[in-house]
Ligand binder design. Sequence first.
Ligand SMILES: *[C@@H]1O[C@H](CO)[C@@H](O)[C@H](O)[C@H]1NC(C)=O
Ligand SMILES: *[C@@H]1O[C@H](CO)[C@@H](O)[C@H](O)[C@H]1NC(C)=O
Ligand SMILES: *[C@@H]1O[C@H](CO)[C@@H](O)[C@H](O)[C@H]1NC(C)=O
Length: 531
Amino acid sequence: MLAFYIALCLLGTVSQAAYFSQQPQDQVVVAGQSVTLPCVIVGYRGMVQWTKDGLALGGERDLPGWVRYSLMGDPLSGEHSLVIDSAELGDDAIYECQATQAGLRSHRAKLTVLVPPSDPIVEGGPVVRLKAHTPHNLTCRASGAKPAAEITWYRDGEIMQNAIYSKSLMEDGKRETAVSMLPMVPEDSDSGRTYTCRVLNPAAPAGRQTSVTINVQHPPSVTLSVQPQTVMEGAKVLFICSASANPEITGYRWSKGGVPISEANGDSLEVTADHSYFTDPVSCEVSNSVGSTNVSTLVDVQFGPRLLTEPKPQIVDIGMDAAFTCSWTGNPPLTLAWTKQGSNVVLSNSNTLQLKAVTQDDTGTYTCKAIVPRIGVAERDVTLTVNGPPIITAEATQQAIKHSKGKLECLVGSSPPPDKIVWTFGDMMLSSGSSGRFSVQTVNSDQGVLSSLILSETLAQDFQLRYNCTAWNRFGTGTALVTLEEQEALPLLIIIGASVGGGCVFIVCVITLVSICCRHNAKGPGSTIRM
Ligand SMILES: *[C@@H]1O[C@H](CO)[C@@H](O)[C@H](O)[C@H]1NC(C)=O
Ligand SMILES: *[C@@H]1O[C@H](CO)[C@@H](O)[C@H](O)[C@H]1NC(C)=O
Ligand SMILES: *[C@@H]1O[C@H](CO)[C@@H](O)[C@H](O)[C@H]1NC(C)=O
């Protein structure tokens, strides 16, 4: 009877259909925590085993080979729950509880393992050095999180909205790396600010954060001043180069008109100012590790006129235009005046003097005068030569003593010099050499060509003639008529006296001659004195 009941009971167990009273459900666990996947089968005494992503974990209850895995509960009461100790990313899978002999399979339960992000890393931290006014992306990275971390930026505790977020899957195909870039253009005033990058995901709901301090660096800010502002040429001036910088200044370099001044390397420079400081800027270049700043200045040096362009002598043909150019520099600004020697008339106040359709009268020396008010004056002379027909200057009446040597002179000025000079008188014509009592001598001088008609001895008829001095050049001819006048003896003596001696000798001679003369005059006219 008992055996029957046992048999009946066994039969009943087998015949009564086995079923899951508890099945594993989808679950989420934070890495490091433990999790239990429930499995209770009623009416089954056979083998129970779990699968993970379709792979059987084994038949024994302590699951050798799976250190952190075990089965929990009393198998006699049908409990086969799977306990996972200190969950890891590798436990993230689909689990199934199977009653093999009964052909039962549980619900496929998905176990999701959440992983918190690592501490965020801000590039360049903890002190991020940035260059002023240069756009920069402040970059924060949180890796190893599942799901990807959210990232929030704070500036001095105030939330920033303009960050750019991106994320990417890591090699394990489960965790993600998140990056947030906060664009900024650092200003000097941002130095010392604290930027905080805060990351969180469901595995780290409290979040983690990293803060950095901003250090804004800039090339030196430089001002270059001159003391005093205005100096006379030859006075001392001091250049002061004041600069501020972050990081600190590493050096000063000076130059003048682009040429380095190697002996100057401090924040000031003393020089003796000359006119060149008026035109060549002095520059001070200050450097630090992020850059350098170069500032230049001129000096208001006062100086008298300095010639820049020398006027060139001109030779032009009559009727043509002529121009002279002369330029000066000076400080304060100068005034310019062109004049012609022998006249006070100002012909021009500009650098260039224009002369239209010149005549031979325009020949001469012109002066270009520069005046720097209160400082100084300077001038330059330049000559104009006008090519034209010969201009002859001769005394209309020239004198000689009868029966003595006589001379008639005719000066041919102007340019170009004469090709020939001819004396005609009576029926004579002579340009050089001699003929009878007459000979011609020609001498070149600064004033022109001097032609002299020399009479070896004057006769009475010579005083009746008109002497015609004519000169030729390629522009034409010039003529002068001269007559010879008989001369009293006295003026000749004075002339000789004047030519023989100078100064006291001359005066003594005159006195002597005057006294002799008076005595002779007293004797009566007609007498002559020969010396
Ligand atoms: C900052 O990031 C944005 C977006 O990736 C990019 O367009 C920009 O060029 C970056 N700016 C700098 C200064 O790197
Ligand atoms: C600074 O600038 C001036 C003008 O541009 C230049 O001539 C000079 O060489 C510069 N100075 C330095 C030290 O580079
Ligand atoms: C002077 O001489 C030149 C050449 O011999 C002649 O052409 C001219 O007419 C003369 N002049 C006078 C005023 O006699």
